[in-house]
Design a protein around this ligand. Structure first.
Ligand code: DCT
Ligand code: MG
Length: 479
């Protein structure tokens, strides 16, 4: 459990076969190792499938039926049928594959090499075969992978939601956020207004549908373009990109006449908070996203350090990376251990060690608020009650371009920055509440269930079951 890895296609089994054992043609040389084809037998029959598999292998393609597959080929099957078939074979995350018609396979065989899949080859769910009424009004029940067919619309809605937020119009901001969330779960691209009929949250009250219409007709929205060039929007967007700066500070700086970060930086009378100082100091690093590779490198450090003090600790990467995202604004971790007595101490010990090692650029240790929350008069304004630490870690990077650095003079080498500042969140939960903490810290914010009464639950599956909800996998929680 303690190994950090991306969710496997087959969580319970290491290497699951989807169909009959693959025919061994080990003598065929693999020429194209970057893609792995799976050919569906459904509606094709075993003889034709065997013939096609052998043909592909003779031509140097890899054909498998396990979790290394990247391209699924089907004949006379609709996208919905393929998805249903995959579900039936416990393959839940279909966003990992290209779903293609046999015409793509035939084109590859004719070319003797892989060809780029074109629209005509791709199996796409047609709006007409989709039942809008099946889309839940609750984000926590909408299976939403990272495969967003409606980016054109959701990007526009995100900008509008943000603009309303900057103007303190929470109702409109929420309406656009909800619409984004619903459109992200659709397995097809909206091309006509009719495609939205019957969907929840699609704005009977707001002007939301007008935006959709404009984007369908014009390809973009003129109002969104106006927002993007709006002075207040641009300034707020810049200000909140600094770690430690929220809407209140942005408003203040905007009223003071600042429009750029240079102007804020140049004002020496301005008192920056304890968070904002490192926010400006490491701005370039923090504003550039954390890659999966960097997150894995941070995981290694967190795991090793925590285990030094708690050998049986369970350290799990949460947040966007657990949902399958390839980039994030930070790396989130959940720490627990079966005999966790010293919950209060583990974070202190980790922080102390990193400080000694010179790895800590900033930290804010937040104590657990379970006890305060029990008192009737105390209202704790937090997303949860767990003890946590928000920090900025110095991640040393291996020099990518060794050839150029080797030509540097010794004196210049010292100047080359070989580390990156990375935002990290560490959360510690008691062992009995691990499943709840995992669910909450996996997110996404929109997907999160609000019900966090701690019933006995060993796993996320049990929590969904307690609430009478269908289980949704982490990579389907990107609402
Ligand atoms: N969370 C939440 N409400 C909060 C804070 C956190 O529901 N007030 C949950 C949702 C996601 C998870 O914790 C981690 O938070 P973030 O790192 O902000 O979100 P993320 O999905 O990991 O986004 P990113 O990929 O940008 O880090
Ligand atoms: Mg995160």
């Amino acid at each position: 459990m303690d190994k950090i890895r991306t969710p496997s296609l087959f969580p319970q089994r290491k290497k699951q076969k989807w169909m009959h054992p693959s025919i061994s043609l080990s003598s065929c040389e693999v020429k194209f190792s970057e893609l792995v084809i799976f050919i569906m037998e459904r509606k094709m029959g075993v003889t034709r499938r065997t013939f096609l598999m052998e043909l592909a292998r003779r031509k140097g393609f890899r054909v498998e039926n396990d979790d290394s597959v990247t391209h699924i080929v089907a004949e006379n099957n609709s996208c919905a049928e393929v998805l249903e078939w995959l579900r039936g074979h416990k393959v839940r995350d279909s966003s990992k594959f290209e779903l293609l018609d046999i015409s793509w396979f035939t084109a590859c065989m004719a070319a003797g090499k892989p060809v780029e899949s074109e629209k005509k080859h791709q199996l796409i769910v047609k709006a007409s075969s989709f039942v809008a009424g099946t889309v839940s009004q609750y984000a926590c029940q909408r299976r939403t992978t990272l495969n967003n067919y409606n980016k054109k619309f959701t990007d526009a809605f995100d900008i509008l939601a943000e603009n309303y937020e900057f103007r303190e119009n929470e109702v409109s901001s929420l309406a656009f956020m909800r619409a984004t969330s619903v459109m992200k779960c659709l397995p097809f691209t909206v091309v006509r207004m009719k495609d939205l009929e019957g969907l929840p949250c699609m704005g009977v009250r707001s002007n939301l549908l007008l935006y959709v219409q404009e984007i369908i007709e014009e390809g973009e929205s003129s109002r969104v373009k106006d927002v993007l060039t709006d002075e207040r929007y641009q300034s707020f967007k810049l200000f909140i990109s600094v770690f430690g700066v929220g809407l209140k500070t942005s408003e203040k700086w905007y009223r003071m006449g600042f429009r750029t970060l240079e102007e804020v930086r140049a004002d020496k009378t301005l008192k920056l908070s304890r968070m904002q100082k490192p926010g400006f100091l490491h701005y370039e690093d923090l504003v550039s996203c954390v890659s999966k590779g960097e997150a894995d490198a941070v995981s290694l450090i967190v795991n090793n350090t925590v285990r030094t003090f708690l050998p049986d600790a369970l350290v799990t990467i949460t947040g966007g990376f657990r949902r399958g995202k390839k980039i994030g604004h930070d790396v989130d971790f959940l720490i627990t251990s079966p005999g966790l007595q010293e919950e209060e101490e583990i974070l202190h010990k980790v922080i102390d060690l990193w400080e000694k090692q010179g790895l800590l650029l900033y930290y804010d240790l937040v104590p657990s608020t379970f006890e305060q929350a029990k008192l009737p008069s105390r209202k704790v304004d937090a997303f949860d009650h767990f003890q946590k630490c928000f920090l900025i870690l110095k991640l040393h990077q291996q020099r990518v371009d060794t050839s150029s650095s080797s030509t540097l003079k010794e004196s210049d080498k010292a100047e080359v920055k070989d580390w990156k500042a990375i935002r990290v969140d560490l959360v510690v939960s008691p062992f009995e509440q691990y499943a709840y903490a995992l669910l909450g810290w996996t997110g996404s914010r929109s997907s999160n269930l609000n019900n966090m009464i701690f019933l006995k639950a060993k796993s996320e599956e049990e929590i969904f079951a307690h609430l009478g909800l269908d289980y949704i996998d982490p990579w389907e929680r990107n609402a």
